[in-house]
Design a protein around this ligand. Sequence first.
Ligand SMILES: [Zn+2]
Length: 317
Amino acid sequence: MKHTNFIDALSTDNMDAIKAASKTDLHSHAFLSTKIENLEHWVGHSVTKPPERMNGLEEMMEYVITVLAPLQKSREGFEFVSSSGVNDAIQDGVVELEMSFDIMMTRFYPDGLAGVKTYIEDLVKRYKPQINLRPELGFPRIHANDPKLMKLAHEAIELGVFKSIDLYSYQEACSPEAVQSLYAKARASGMKLKAHVGEFGGAEEIRRTVEVLDLDEVQHGIAAAESVEIMQWLSENHIQLNVCPTSNVMLGGVKDIASHPIRILYDHGVRVTINTDDLMIFDQTVSNEYRNLYKAGVFSAQELDDIRCASLKGDVW
Ligand SMILES: [Zn+2]
């Protein structure tokens, strides 16, 4: 990737140059990873857009289940959305992409995990010249008490295609202890360990989850800003938070971009990165997120460049 002065690009609002700069996206869910226009083009008709503000994950999931899921509940739909999502990331200048693939995708393949393995390996290979796609195994907390799915997740780790693991959906649906053996297995397989926690409050639960699961990074984790003690602890233990500003605003965890706690986290030495979460719903690329933070006065162009460069150097996996 050619060298681009990211600081100039931000301060002159040159979107092409912002896009041209190398970036990471370390928080992206494959099922919702492409722009909604691409889905509309694929299904051949317009799709109802999400409300601009939603009441937490409940309202977002209602939208996903009633509007988006019926359009892509097939192998073809899943493969279209995930490959289109990788392509969107490339168009946005993302060079390192950690995309999570939900364990439920296995139902689209008659040969189960063997089909999953083939598809993901092909996807990595297809886009290799343009992007380092690091597939992530995604496990929804609501299925932690389903022994069949838990067994499947253990087997998925053995495939060797997943470089990291993530846990998500309603935080209260399962305690971190419920997935401790799965995470221990992922650790033993050399995977990076991540989980969604602290998206809507509860600083102490972030520390507890990091400790129980031995996490390397936290998805969201913005509630840490409520506690100086937790921020210091995250900083001292080099726990990175993969933050998605627009997602936090649209789901009501944060009032607006200008008051996003990513500033407080940064000022307390917590390592943060800037990511998309679900491009299909939140409609902001990584470049848009950087631009939004700059325009809202949350960070200077220099600080955003520092965050960008640090996220690229963080690639030790
Ligand atoms: Zn997420």
